[in-house]
Design a protein around this ligand. Sequence first.
Ligand code: PLP
Length: 334
Amino acid sequence: MYNLNSLFTSKNIFLYGCARHAFKASLQLVNLNHDDTVLIPSFICRDLLSSIYENNLRIKFYSVNKNLEPEYLPVDSNIKAVLAVNYFGFPQDLEIFRTYCKKNNCVLIEDNAHGFLSFDQEGTELGRRTNIGFTSFRKIIPVFDGSALFINNYKIQKSEFLKLSPSDARLPFRFILKKFARLIQRNMNIPLIIYLEDLSRLMRLLFTGSRIPKPLKNAEKIIGRPINIHSSSIATLKQLAATLDEERKRRRNLYVKFLKILEDYEVELIFSKLIDNVSPYGLPFIDNNNNIIGIKKIARENGFTCEKWPDLPISIMSSCPDFYKNIYFIDFLE
Ligand SMILES: Cc1ncc(COP(=O)(O)O)c(C=O)c1O
């Protein structure tokens, strides 16, 4: 059974409001100097850059292939930390990263923002496979916020690296409404969440001209979310503790179901096999043949959304491979 308790009791786990804060804290822990460089994949959401820039560090990108594995890792004496990402909850093969970091004396950080509840084939929890890692909760279970920084094997030198107390700030009305809708949906089998999402997209379209949230202008520079986890997220996590293994099963079943459905569409799958122990964030694919309208419709009929991921860093948009801009995923968040 998933050991949720350790999140709250371990002295080597620190909770934050979001994964960007956990990543920012991990870089502070490593004690980098101003202007040191962090090596990250170019296939990444632009928000994540803020964790690095808020620490006044520099960024270098490595590109990934269609399996979302690094093409190669560039060498640069200023690179002091490297980020490996478990995309969509699937374990990134860490071999190339470990070799690189050993050779170039860098710290490897495992970004498991997509893979809470996911394990690798050896049974190690994702986010716990390198000296420092982090995970995020709200993409996987319906909590307001929250992420965990795992200090798996790294000496904490800074005595001021303390646990933060949870926030009791007022929750946004939108979140409370969604929570309510989820409750009704579960008990009465009415797809209220999708209707709510439709309504919210329509309102957004009217007010901002875009159906999905546009990235904030300074998203690359400023984290823009609270650093403290909300107390309601901790309460919900604890409430759901006994159901987390079921949640992994639900996600795995959905993956298999949608793999079958997508056989009728000419899409290129990123992960064509669901390996043991993985808890998928969703089902990602490359839409080479403009099938997305049909796929979005079928996802919606099943109660899920299907969106493009990610909002790429601005600086790589003109030079990245085309497939970076054609990756969609069916999101299994219920
Ligand atoms: C791979 C990856 N890492 C980190 C993050 C940052 O997560 P958060 O929004 O919890 O800060 C995201 C956000 O979507 C992400 O996709």
